[in-house]
Design a protein around this ligand. Structure first.
Ligand code: CTP
Length: 400
């Protein structure tokens, strides 16, 4: 287990000859913006789709295209370039280039660099959907994965050829996100994390219900950050249209009772439980099976309390490491600390409900036995990564 992020300061970005090469310009821009030094290497075919000049302007560095005339002092650019690189990323990677890699060919600068590398290799395939499902491509991709190459995507969607299917290169932002995820410290390796996220929905009748403004963003970001940190992650999600983060097992639920049941079903197999969901405290005692008709008179609904999922988990004799959230409209620290003690939690994340619900960023105070630790405002994914570090630091060490 390492607490250090993997270095991602310098990468070699290889372009091969596919129409998605135009997206590489945007990828270079995003990588440079993220503070990463990018050395671009292009195959001959890639230069038919986009010019080295464009990539040179965006990367601010010479673009290399030729194994024989690379301009390196000692003529060993294939070794020099990958030495000191933290990763090689080939985007777009054509079917032909994947075949070359799978068979160890080294007949141009990029394939030579890949075979002489001592750093991780990522490929972002881009091709027609039939080429992607072609048995030879399947074999080559399986071989590359077996060789430790990370295959990013491809995505599904409309293709340049007019067809629709699997084979589109991932979007530049998705490729950057995958690289940043890879670089995260693996502080939760070997841990199993269960989370709740999102709102719940308590039915009044078949078409109406009581819910709240939670978007699920914080819980989904935490699930993502825990998976990036090497944990096996199960996310119990209330109604939310957010995409499931990579390497996360999602269990969709609707009501607070469904959420409690799903947590009970998964709790035995977890070391950490993070309750991020905004769970309804009350449910409709007798939801109508038929759609209610209005009659012009006031309507009284009887609400019955729900189970406090987090308190029930924390009270188990074999309780996992439990983390709670507290959304308070005022007096955040005092009410949060009371909640932490009442629910017997080693760690609680307190925030102002008005700030947190539905927004993209958040400002929280961590509460633990040592006191209150305010964190600066940050976006929810950055906060999630920080919280994962804080959770890992407070957990009992794994015995080797
Ligand atoms: N929680 C839970 N099950 C519930 C209610 C809350 O697991 N039925 C969890 C939430 O996921 C959160 C923490 O308890 O981690 C606190 O939730 P919050 O809504 O802030 O507080 P409540 O316990 O509901 O108390 P109150 O609404 O009175 O502030």
């Amino acid at each position: 287990m390492t607490n250090e992020p993997r270095r991602l300061a310098r990468i070699v970005l290889g372009l091969t000859g596919g129409i998605a090469a135009y997206k590489a310009a945007e990828l270079v821009r995003l990588l440079v913006k993220a503070g990463i030094t990018v050395d671009v290497v292009m195959t001959e075919a890639a230069q038919r789709f986009i010019t080295p000049t464009t990539l040179q302007a965006l990367s601010g560095r010479p673009v290399l295209t030729d194994l024989w005339a690379s301009g390196a002092d000692n003529g060993m650019s294939h070794i020099d370039l990958s030495r000191g690189a933290d990763a090689i990323v080939v985007a777009p990677a054509t079917a032909d280039f994947l075949a070359k890699l799978a068979h160890g060919h080294a007949d141009d600068l990029l394939s030579t660099l890949c075979s002489a590398r001592d750093c991780p290799l990522f490929v972002a395939p881009a091709m027609n959907r039939r080429m992607w499902t072609n048995p030879a491509t399947r074999r080559n991709v399986a071989q590359l994965e077996a060789d430790g190459v990370t295959v990013l995507g491809p995505g599904v969607g409309e293709q340049a050829c007019g067809e629709t299917g699997e084979g589109r290169m991932l979007e530049p932002a998705e490729i950057l996100a995958a690289l940043i995820a890879w670089a995260q410290p693996k502080v939760l390796a070997g841990r199993r994390v269960l989370l709740t996220a999102g709102p719940t929905f308590e039915a009044v009748d078949p078409v109406r219900g009581i819910t709240n403004l939670s978007s699920g963003k914080m819980g989904f970001a935490l699930a993502q950050a825990a998976a990036e940190a090497g944990a096996a992650v199960t996310l119990v999600a209330g109604p939310s249209s957010l995409a499931t983060p990579a390497n996360v097992t999602r269990v969709d639920v609707r009501s607070a009772a469904d959420m409690a049941a799903a947590v009970t079903a998964h709790i035995d197999a977890c070391d950490v439980f993070v309750a991020v969901a905004a769970v309804a405290d009350y449910t409709v005692a007798e939801p109508s099976e038929r759609k209610r008709k209005k009659d012009g008179k006031p309507l009284t609904l009887t609400l019955a309390p729900t189970v406090d999922i987090l308190a029930a988990v924390a009270a188990r004799p074999d309780a996992p490491f439990c983390v709670g959230f507290a959304a308070e409209s005022h007096d955040v620290e005092r009410l949060g600390e009371e909640k932490r003690r009442r629910k017997k939690l080693p760690l609680l994340v307190a925030n102002r409900a008005q700030d947190a619900l539905g927004s993209d960023d958040n400002e929280v105070i961590l509460l633990d036995d040592a006191g209150a630790h305010p964190l600066p405002r940050m976006d929810k994914l950055a906060l999630a990564r920080r919280l994962v570090g804080e959770i890992a630091a407070r957990m009992p060490q794994l015995t080797p």
